[in-house]
Design a protein around this ligand. Structure first.
Ligand code: ADP
Length: 463
Protein backbone atom coordinates (compact mmCIF):
# COMPACT_ATOMS: atom_id res chain seq x y z
CA UNK A 1 0.00 0.00 0.00
CA UNK A 2 1.47 3.28 -0.99
CA UNK A 3 0.81 6.21 1.08
CA UNK A 4 0.74 9.61 -0.55
CA UNK A 5 1.65 12.71 1.23
CA UNK A 6 -1.32 14.99 1.35
CA UNK A 7 -0.70 18.14 -0.68
CA UNK A 8 0.08 21.35 1.20
CA UNK A 9 -3.07 23.33 1.94
CA UNK A 10 -4.08 25.39 -1.01
CA UNK A 11 -3.72 29.14 -0.47
CA UNK A 12 -7.45 29.37 -1.11
CA UNK A 13 -8.12 27.20 1.94
CA UNK A 14 -5.78 29.29 4.03
CA UNK A 15 -7.60 32.40 2.94
CA UNK A 16 -10.93 30.66 3.45
CA UNK A 17 -9.91 30.07 7.04
CA UNK A 18 -8.97 33.73 7.50
CA UNK A 19 -12.29 34.80 6.02
CA UNK A 20 -14.10 32.50 8.42
CA UNK A 21 -12.11 33.89 11.29
CA UNK A 22 -12.83 37.46 10.22
CA UNK A 23 -16.55 36.72 9.90
CA UNK A 24 -16.51 35.11 13.33
CA UNK A 25 -14.74 38.11 14.89
CA UNK A 26 -17.27 40.52 13.41
CA UNK A 27 -20.19 38.38 14.59
CA UNK A 28 -18.55 38.31 18.01
CA UNK A 29 -18.22 42.12 17.92
CA UNK A 30 -21.95 42.36 17.22
CA UNK A 31 -22.81 40.11 20.13
CA UNK A 32 -20.56 41.88 22.63
CA UNK A 33 -21.29 45.42 21.50
CA UNK A 34 -23.76 47.64 23.25
CA UNK A 35 -23.66 50.45 20.71
CA UNK A 36 -22.92 50.54 16.96
CA UNK A 37 -19.55 52.27 17.60
CA UNK A 38 -18.59 49.31 19.81
CA UNK A 39 -19.19 46.97 16.84
CA UNK A 40 -16.68 48.97 14.76
CA UNK A 41 -14.16 49.18 17.57
CA UNK A 42 -14.28 45.47 18.55
CA UNK A 43 -14.32 44.32 14.92
CA UNK A 44 -11.33 46.55 14.02
CA UNK A 45 -9.44 45.27 17.03
CA UNK A 46 -9.69 41.69 15.80
CA UNK A 47 -9.67 42.16 12.06
CA UNK A 48 -6.80 44.67 11.63
CA UNK A 49 -4.10 42.12 12.64
CA UNK A 50 -5.88 39.47 10.58
CA UNK A 51 -5.44 41.50 7.39
CA UNK A 52 -1.84 42.35 8.31
CA UNK A 53 -2.42 46.11 8.65
CA UNK A 54 -0.63 48.31 11.16
CA UNK A 55 -3.72 50.34 11.91
CA UNK A 56 -7.27 50.71 10.73
CA UNK A 57 -10.11 53.21 10.84
CA UNK A 58 -13.84 53.27 10.23
CA UNK A 59 -15.13 56.50 8.72
CA UNK A 60 -18.83 57.42 8.53
CA UNK A 61 -20.64 60.26 6.85
CA UNK A 62 -21.82 62.98 9.19
CA UNK A 63 -25.45 64.03 9.35
CA UNK A 64 -27.17 67.23 8.23
CA UNK A 65 -24.66 69.85 7.05
CA UNK A 66 -21.83 67.37 7.54
CA UNK A 67 -23.27 64.67 5.27
CA UNK A 68 -20.47 65.30 2.76
CA UNK A 69 -17.77 64.87 5.37
CA UNK A 70 -16.43 61.61 6.77
CA UNK A 71 -15.40 61.43 10.40
CA UNK A 72 -13.69 58.66 12.32
CA UNK A 73 -16.04 56.55 14.49
CA UNK A 74 -13.54 53.84 15.44
CA UNK A 75 -9.80 53.28 15.10
CA UNK A 76 -7.40 50.53 16.02
CA UNK A 77 -3.71 50.98 16.72
CA UNK A 78 -3.83 54.58 15.55
CA UNK A 79 -0.45 56.18 16.39
CA UNK A 80 -0.89 57.43 19.93
CA UNK A 81 0.92 60.70 19.21
CA UNK A 82 -1.90 61.74 16.91
CA UNK A 83 -4.76 60.53 19.11
CA UNK A 84 -6.25 64.01 19.61
CA UNK A 85 -6.13 64.69 15.88
CA UNK A 86 -8.42 61.69 15.29
CA UNK A 87 -11.63 63.23 16.62
CA UNK A 88 -11.06 66.37 14.52
CA UNK A 89 -10.20 64.49 11.36
CA UNK A 90 -12.65 65.14 8.51
CA UNK A 91 -12.32 63.72 5.00
CA UNK A 92 -14.50 65.14 2.25
CA UNK A 93 -16.40 62.50 0.24
CA UNK A 94 -14.52 62.22 -3.08
CA UNK A 95 -11.19 63.41 -1.64
CA UNK A 96 -8.24 61.07 -1.13
CA UNK A 97 -8.39 57.29 -0.99
CA UNK A 98 -11.07 57.02 1.73
CA UNK A 99 -13.20 59.82 0.25
CA UNK A 100 -13.02 58.26 -3.19
CA UNK A 101 -13.91 54.77 -1.90
CA UNK A 102 -17.16 56.31 -0.56
CA UNK A 103 -17.84 58.56 -3.58
CA UNK A 104 -17.21 55.81 -6.11
CA UNK A 105 -18.56 52.98 -3.92
CA UNK A 106 -15.56 50.76 -4.72
CA UNK A 107 -12.37 49.51 -3.12
CA UNK A 108 -9.59 52.04 -3.46
CA UNK A 109 -6.02 50.77 -3.19
CA UNK A 110 -2.90 52.90 -2.75
CA UNK A 111 0.12 50.66 -3.22
CA UNK A 112 2.64 53.46 -2.47
CA UNK A 113 1.35 56.83 -1.50
CA UNK A 114 4.73 58.49 -2.15
CA UNK A 115 4.89 57.08 -5.65
CA UNK A 116 1.74 58.86 -6.74
CA UNK A 117 2.09 62.64 -7.24
CA UNK A 118 -1.72 62.92 -7.28
CA UNK A 119 -1.63 62.03 -3.62
CA UNK A 120 0.92 64.66 -2.69
CA UNK A 121 -1.57 66.28 -0.29
CA UNK A 122 -1.47 63.10 1.78
CA UNK A 123 2.30 62.72 1.94
CA UNK A 124 2.72 64.76 5.10
CA UNK A 125 -0.02 62.85 6.94
CA UNK A 126 1.37 59.54 5.67
CA UNK A 127 4.86 60.47 6.85
CA UNK A 128 3.64 61.55 10.28
CA UNK A 129 1.34 58.59 10.79
CA UNK A 130 3.88 56.19 9.34
CA UNK A 131 2.04 54.47 6.52
CA UNK A 132 3.02 53.86 2.90
CA UNK A 133 0.13 51.94 1.47
CA UNK A 134 -3.57 51.73 2.28
CA UNK A 135 -6.73 50.10 1.17
CA UNK A 136 -10.16 51.69 1.58
CA UNK A 137 -13.36 49.69 1.29
CA UNK A 138 -16.79 51.29 1.06
CA UNK A 139 -19.30 50.48 3.82
CA UNK A 140 -22.75 50.41 2.30
CA UNK A 141 -26.00 50.57 4.27
CA UNK A 142 -29.00 49.50 2.21
CA UNK A 143 -26.83 49.70 -0.90
CA UNK A 144 -25.78 53.31 -0.25
CA UNK A 145 -22.17 54.09 0.72
CA UNK A 146 -22.37 55.43 4.25
CA UNK A 147 -18.68 55.33 5.07
CA UNK A 148 -15.46 53.44 4.54
CA UNK A 149 -13.12 51.05 6.24
CA UNK A 150 -9.45 51.92 5.67
CA UNK A 151 -6.48 49.77 6.61
CA UNK A 152 -3.02 51.37 6.65
CA UNK A 153 0.28 49.53 6.03
CA UNK A 154 3.82 50.56 6.89
CA UNK A 155 5.23 48.98 3.74
CA UNK A 156 4.20 49.31 0.12
CA UNK A 157 1.62 46.84 -1.21
CA UNK A 158 1.37 44.80 1.95
CA UNK A 159 -2.39 44.44 1.87
CA UNK A 160 -3.72 41.01 0.92
CA UNK A 161 -4.32 41.79 -2.73
CA UNK A 162 -3.84 38.12 -3.47
CA UNK A 163 -7.14 37.62 -1.70
CA UNK A 164 -9.33 40.67 -2.10
CA UNK A 165 -12.27 38.48 -1.06
CA UNK A 166 -11.11 38.63 2.54
CA UNK A 167 -11.16 42.43 2.67
CA UNK A 168 -14.45 42.67 0.83
CA UNK A 169 -15.95 40.14 3.18
CA UNK A 170 -14.68 42.13 6.13
CA UNK A 171 -16.22 45.33 4.75
CA UNK A 172 -19.53 43.69 3.81
CA UNK A 173 -19.83 41.87 7.11
CA UNK A 174 -18.94 44.97 9.06
CA UNK A 175 -21.47 47.08 7.14
CA UNK A 176 -24.25 44.50 7.58
CA UNK A 177 -23.45 44.05 11.25
CA UNK A 178 -23.22 47.76 11.91
CA UNK A 179 -26.49 48.33 10.08
CA UNK A 180 -28.18 45.84 12.40
CA UNK A 181 -26.56 47.49 15.39
CA UNK A 182 -27.81 50.91 14.19
CA UNK A 183 -31.30 49.47 13.80
CA UNK A 184 -31.15 48.05 17.30
CA UNK A 185 -29.92 51.37 18.62
CA UNK A 186 -32.75 53.19 16.81
CA UNK A 187 -35.18 50.70 18.32
CA UNK A 188 -33.70 51.24 21.76
CA UNK A 189 -33.96 55.02 21.35
CA UNK A 190 -37.57 54.68 20.17
CA UNK A 191 -38.33 52.33 23.06
CA UNK A 192 -36.79 54.73 25.52
CA UNK A 193 -38.84 57.59 24.07
CA UNK A 194 -41.99 55.46 24.31
CA UNK A 195 -41.16 54.57 27.89
CA UNK A 196 -40.72 58.26 28.75
CA UNK A 197 -44.00 59.10 27.01
CA UNK A 198 -45.74 56.33 28.94
CA UNK A 199 -44.43 57.68 32.23
CA UNK A 200 -45.67 61.13 31.28
CA UNK A 201 -49.06 59.79 30.20
CA UNK A 202 -49.38 57.88 33.45
CA UNK A 203 -48.56 61.02 35.41
CA UNK A 204 -51.11 63.01 33.41
CA UNK A 205 -53.70 60.29 33.91
CA UNK A 206 -53.06 60.33 37.66
CA UNK A 207 -53.38 64.14 37.68
CA UNK A 208 -56.64 63.98 35.69
CA UNK A 209 -57.93 61.26 37.99
CA UNK A 210 -57.06 63.33 41.04
CA UNK A 211 -58.70 66.40 39.48
CA UNK A 212 -61.84 64.31 38.80
CA UNK A 213 -61.86 63.07 42.37
CA UNK A 214 -61.45 66.62 43.72
CA UNK A 215 -64.22 67.86 41.43
CA UNK A 216 -66.57 65.15 42.68
CA UNK A 217 -65.69 65.87 46.29
CA UNK A 218 -66.21 69.58 45.68
CA UNK A 219 -69.60 68.90 44.06
CA UNK A 220 -70.60 66.65 46.95
CA UNK A 221 -69.65 69.35 49.48
CA UNK A 222 -71.34 72.19 47.60
CA UNK A 223 -74.51 70.14 47.08
CA UNK A 224 -74.55 69.28 50.74
CA UNK A 225 -74.10 72.92 51.74
CA UNK A 226 -76.88 74.03 49.35
CA UNK A 227 -79.34 71.60 50.85
CA UNK A 228 -79.36 73.21 54.30
CA UNK A 229 -80.59 76.71 53.27
CA UNK A 230 -82.91 75.17 50.68
CA UNK A 231 -84.54 73.00 53.36
CA UNK A 232 -85.19 76.19 55.36
CA UNK A 233 -86.70 77.94 52.30
CA UNK A 234 -88.99 74.97 51.61
CA UNK A 235 -89.94 74.79 55.31
CA UNK A 236 -90.94 78.48 55.43
CA UNK A 237 -92.84 78.17 52.12
CA UNK A 238 -94.77 75.27 53.64
CA UNK A 239 -95.56 77.29 56.79
CA UNK A 240 -96.71 80.24 54.66
CA UNK A 241 -98.96 77.94 52.59
CA UNK A 242 -100.36 76.42 55.77
CA UNK A 243 -101.35 79.93 56.89
CA UNK A 244 -99.17 79.89 60.03
CA UNK A 245 -98.41 83.60 59.50
CA UNK A 246 -101.97 84.44 58.56
CA UNK A 247 -104.21 83.73 55.62
CA UNK A 248 -102.60 84.45 52.25
CA UNK A 249 -104.38 86.38 49.56
CA UNK A 250 -104.52 84.57 46.15
CA UNK A 251 -101.43 86.35 44.83
CA UNK A 252 -99.41 85.53 47.94
CA UNK A 253 -100.62 81.89 47.75
CA UNK A 254 -99.46 81.68 44.11
CA UNK A 255 -96.08 83.10 45.11
CA UNK A 256 -95.76 80.58 47.96
CA UNK A 257 -96.69 77.76 45.54
CA UNK A 258 -94.02 78.98 43.11
CA UNK A 259 -91.38 79.07 45.88
CA UNK A 260 -92.42 75.56 46.90
CA UNK A 261 -92.40 74.00 43.41
CA UNK A 262 -89.17 75.70 42.25
CA UNK A 263 -87.51 74.87 45.55
CA UNK A 264 -88.59 71.24 45.23
CA UNK A 265 -87.17 71.07 41.67
CA UNK A 266 -83.92 72.55 42.92
CA UNK A 267 -83.81 70.12 45.84
CA UNK A 268 -84.31 67.21 43.38
CA UNK A 269 -81.47 68.45 41.22
CA UNK A 270 -79.17 68.88 44.22
CA UNK A 271 -80.06 65.40 45.50
CA UNK A 272 -79.38 63.88 42.07
CA UNK A 273 -76.06 65.69 41.87
CA UNK A 274 -75.14 64.56 45.35
CA UNK A 275 -76.06 60.94 44.61
CA UNK A 276 -74.17 61.02 41.34
CA UNK A 277 -71.00 62.25 43.02
CA UNK A 278 -71.40 59.63 45.75
CA UNK A 279 -71.73 56.91 43.09
CA UNK A 280 -68.62 58.20 41.32
CA UNK A 281 -66.66 58.30 44.53
CA UNK A 282 -67.81 54.72 45.21
CA UNK A 283 -69.57 55.92 48.32
CA UNK A 284 -73.04 54.48 47.97
CA UNK A 285 -74.33 51.79 50.25
CA UNK A 286 -76.63 48.98 49.21
CA UNK A 287 -79.25 47.78 51.64
CA UNK A 288 -80.69 44.60 50.10
CA UNK A 289 -83.95 42.90 51.05
CA UNK A 290 -86.31 40.38 49.52
CA UNK A 291 -88.97 42.25 47.55
CA UNK A 292 -91.32 41.91 44.59
CA UNK A 293 -90.39 43.47 41.25
CA UNK A 294 -94.05 43.87 40.18
CA UNK A 295 -94.94 45.70 43.41
CA UNK A 296 -92.01 48.06 42.87
CA UNK A 297 -93.31 48.85 39.37
CA UNK A 298 -96.84 49.43 40.69
CA UNK A 299 -95.57 51.68 43.49
CA UNK A 300 -93.67 53.74 40.91
CA UNK A 301 -96.78 54.20 38.78
CA UNK A 302 -98.99 55.14 41.72
CA UNK A 303 -96.45 57.75 42.91
CA UNK A 304 -95.95 59.17 39.40
CA UNK A 305 -97.73 62.37 38.32
CA UNK A 306 -100.87 61.99 36.25
CA UNK A 307 -100.10 61.27 32.58
CA UNK A 308 -101.25 63.74 29.96
CA UNK A 309 -104.82 63.35 28.79
CA UNK A 310 -105.04 60.43 26.37
CA UNK A 311 -101.92 58.68 27.69
CA UNK A 312 -102.42 55.28 29.36
CA UNK A 313 -99.95 53.90 31.87
CA UNK A 314 -99.97 50.26 33.03
CA UNK A 315 -97.88 47.51 34.65
CA UNK A 316 -97.97 44.13 32.88
CA UNK A 317 -96.59 40.73 33.94
CA UNK A 318 -97.32 37.05 33.25
CA UNK A 319 -96.52 36.30 36.88
CA UNK A 320 -98.37 37.27 40.03
CA UNK A 321 -95.07 38.08 41.75
CA UNK A 322 -91.42 38.32 40.65
CA UNK A 323 -89.20 38.01 43.74
CA UNK A 324 -85.89 39.80 43.81
CA UNK A 325 -83.29 40.33 46.49
CA UNK A 326 -82.03 43.86 45.99
CA UNK A 327 -82.05 47.41 47.32
CA UNK A 328 -85.71 48.46 46.82
CA UNK A 329 -85.14 52.18 47.34
CA UNK A 330 -82.50 52.23 44.61
CA UNK A 331 -84.74 50.30 42.22
CA UNK A 332 -87.61 52.68 42.98
CA UNK A 333 -85.28 55.59 42.25
CA UNK A 334 -84.36 54.13 38.85
CA UNK A 335 -87.94 53.22 37.92
CA UNK A 336 -89.13 56.67 38.98
CA UNK A 337 -86.57 58.34 36.67
CA UNK A 338 -87.44 56.08 33.71
CA UNK A 339 -91.20 56.42 34.21
CA UNK A 340 -91.08 60.19 34.69
CA UNK A 341 -89.05 60.48 31.46
CA UNK A 342 -91.61 58.30 29.66
CA UNK A 343 -94.39 60.54 31.00
CA UNK A 344 -92.50 63.69 30.03
CA UNK A 345 -91.77 62.61 26.46
CA UNK A 346 -95.07 60.85 25.64
CA UNK A 347 -97.72 63.21 24.39
CA UNK A 348 -100.16 60.51 23.24
CA UNK A 349 -100.52 56.73 23.35
CA UNK A 350 -99.34 54.55 26.21
CA UNK A 351 -96.60 53.73 28.70
CA UNK A 352 -96.22 50.08 29.67
CA UNK A 353 -93.97 48.56 32.32
CA UNK A 354 -93.45 44.84 31.64
CA UNK A 355 -91.91 42.81 34.46
CA UNK A 356 -90.45 39.33 34.11
CA UNK A 357 -87.92 36.88 35.48
CA UNK A 358 -85.32 35.80 32.94
CA UNK A 359 -82.69 33.07 32.95
CA UNK A 360 -80.08 35.72 32.16
CA UNK A 361 -76.77 35.13 30.49
CA UNK A 362 -75.03 38.01 32.15
CA UNK A 363 -74.73 36.42 35.56
CA UNK A 364 -71.53 36.13 37.56
CA UNK A 365 -70.82 32.64 36.17
CA UNK A 366 -70.74 32.01 32.44
CA UNK A 367 -71.32 28.27 33.04
CA UNK A 368 -74.48 28.70 35.07
CA UNK A 369 -76.29 31.87 34.03
CA UNK A 370 -77.78 33.68 36.99
CA UNK A 371 -81.50 34.59 36.81
CA UNK A 372 -82.26 38.26 36.26
CA UNK A 373 -85.31 40.46 36.73
CA UNK A 374 -86.22 42.64 33.79
CA UNK A 375 -88.34 45.82 33.78
CA UNK A 376 -89.16 47.11 30.31
CA UNK A 377 -90.49 50.66 30.29
CA UNK A 378 -91.97 51.22 26.82
CA UNK A 379 -93.54 54.41 25.62
CA UNK A 380 -95.09 55.68 22.42
CA UNK A 381 -93.37 59.05 22.84
CA UNK A 382 -91.10 61.19 20.70
CA UNK A 383 -88.32 58.55 20.52
CA UNK A 384 -84.56 59.10 20.36
CA UNK A 385 -82.35 59.23 17.24
CA UNK A 386 -79.75 56.41 17.05
CA UNK A 387 -76.79 58.83 17.24
CA UNK A 388 -78.15 60.29 20.52
CA UNK A 389 -78.87 56.99 22.25
CA UNK A 390 -75.40 56.58 23.80
CA UNK A 391 -74.98 60.27 24.66
CA UNK A 392 -78.08 60.61 26.80
CA UNK A 393 -76.54 58.31 29.42
CA UNK A 394 -73.80 60.89 29.97
CA UNK A 395 -74.32 63.53 32.64
CA UNK A 396 -76.07 66.74 31.59
CA UNK A 397 -76.68 65.35 28.07
CA UNK A 398 -80.11 65.87 26.55
CA UNK A 399 -81.32 65.34 23.01
CA UNK A 400 -82.45 68.94 23.04
CA UNK A 401 -80.03 70.79 25.29
CA UNK A 402 -81.06 74.28 24.14
CA UNK A 403 -82.33 76.92 26.53
CA UNK A 404 -85.59 77.04 24.60
CA UNK A 405 -86.24 73.30 24.87
CA UNK A 406 -89.79 72.04 25.30
CA UNK A 407 -89.14 69.64 28.17
CA UNK A 408 -87.59 70.43 31.55
CA UNK A 409 -84.88 68.50 33.39
CA UNK A 410 -81.16 68.77 33.96
CA UNK A 411 -79.94 65.69 32.11
CA UNK A 412 -78.87 63.79 35.22
CA UNK A 413 -81.64 61.18 35.56
CA UNK A 414 -80.26 58.56 33.15
CA UNK A 415 -76.65 58.92 34.30
CA UNK A 416 -77.76 58.48 37.88
CA UNK A 417 -80.04 55.56 37.00
CA UNK A 418 -77.30 53.79 35.03
CA UNK A 419 -74.88 54.34 37.93
CA UNK A 420 -77.35 52.88 40.41
CA UNK A 421 -78.14 49.92 38.12
CA UNK A 422 -74.44 49.15 37.79
CA UNK A 423 -74.00 49.45 41.54
CA UNK A 424 -76.76 46.80 41.89
CA UNK A 425 -74.91 44.53 39.44
CA UNK A 426 -77.12 45.28 36.44
CA UNK A 427 -77.60 47.74 33.59
CA UNK A 428 -80.03 49.84 31.60
CA UNK A 429 -80.29 49.40 27.84
CA UNK A 430 -82.28 51.29 25.26
CA UNK A 431 -84.05 50.66 21.97
CA UNK A 432 -85.78 53.57 20.34
CA UNK A 433 -86.91 55.03 17.04
CA UNK A 434 -87.71 58.72 16.55
CA UNK A 435 -91.44 59.31 16.31
CA UNK A 436 -92.27 55.75 17.39
CA UNK A 437 -91.25 55.61 21.02
CA UNK A 438 -88.59 54.20 23.34
CA UNK A 439 -88.03 51.14 25.52
CA UNK A 440 -85.65 51.47 28.44
CA UNK A 441 -84.81 48.03 29.90
CA UNK A 442 -83.57 47.72 33.45
CA UNK A 443 -81.97 44.31 34.13
CA UNK A 444 -80.87 43.37 37.64
CA UNK A 445 -79.68 40.10 39.18
CA UNK A 446 -82.57 38.37 40.91
CA UNK A 447 -80.29 36.67 43.42
CA UNK A 448 -78.89 37.76 46.72
CA UNK A 449 -77.08 41.08 46.57
CA UNK A 450 -74.17 41.47 48.91
CA UNK A 451 -74.72 44.41 51.21
CA UNK A 452 -72.58 47.23 49.85
CA UNK A 453 -70.20 49.19 51.97
CA UNK A 454 -69.16 52.68 51.26
CA UNK A 455 -65.55 53.35 50.46
CA UNK A 456 -65.39 55.67 53.47
CA UNK A 457 -67.01 53.07 55.77
CA UNK A 458 -64.45 50.48 54.64
CA UNK A 459 -61.69 52.99 55.35
CA UNK A 460 -63.04 53.79 58.78
CA UNK A 461 -63.26 50.05 59.63
CA UNK A 462 -59.68 49.50 58.50
CA UNK A 463 -58.48 52.41 60.57
P1 ADP B 1 -83.64 64.84 31.87
O1 ADP B 1 -84.84 64.04 31.57
O2 ADP B 1 -83.64 65.47 33.21
O3 ADP B 1 -83.27 65.80 30.79
P2 ADP B 1 -82.29 62.31 31.68
O4 ADP B 1 -80.87 61.95 31.93
O5 ADP B 1 -83.30 61.56 32.42
O6 ADP B 1 -82.38 63.86 31.96
O7 ADP B 1 -82.55 62.16 30.14
C1 ADP B 1 -81.64 62.73 29.23
C2 ADP B 1 -82.29 62.99 27.89
O8 ADP B 1 -82.64 61.76 27.28
C3 ADP B 1 -83.60 63.73 27.97
O9 ADP B 1 -83.39 65.14 28.09
C4 ADP B 1 -84.22 63.35 26.65
O10 ADP B 1 -83.63 64.13 25.61
C5 ADP B 1 -83.78 61.90 26.47
N1 ADP B 1 -84.82 60.95 26.95
C6 ADP B 1 -84.83 60.27 28.12
N2 ADP B 1 -85.89 59.46 28.20
C7 ADP B 1 -86.59 59.63 27.06
C8 ADP B 1 -87.81 59.07 26.54
N3 ADP B 1 -88.53 58.18 27.20
N4 ADP B 1 -88.22 59.49 25.32
C9 ADP B 1 -87.51 60.40 24.63
N5 ADP B 1 -86.36 60.97 25.06
C10 ADP B 1 -85.91 60.60 26.27
Amino acid sequence: MTSKLSPPPAPVEKHGLRELKAAREIAHAFLTAERPTDVYRIALEHVTPLVGASFGCVFLRGSGDESDLLHVVAAFNWPQKYGTYLSKLRVRVGNGPTGRAVAENRTFEVSDVFADPALEDWWESARELGFVSSISLPLAFKGKPAGALTFYYRDPEKFPTENPGLLELVADQLAATAEKAHLIEDLQITNEKLREQNIELEARYREADEARRLKNEFLANVSHELRTPLTAILGYAYLLKEGVSGTLNPEQARAADKIDSSGTDLMRLINDLLDLTHIKLGEIEIDPELTDAISLARATVSDAPEPLAGVEISVVSDESAVPIHTDSSMVLRILKNLVSNALKFTLAGSITIRVRLDQGVNGSSAIEPAPVVVWEISDTGIGIAPEEQKNIFQEFRQVDGSATRRFGGAGLGLTLSQGLAERLGGEISLTSAPGEGSTFTLTLPAGVMRAGRTASTDKKTDD
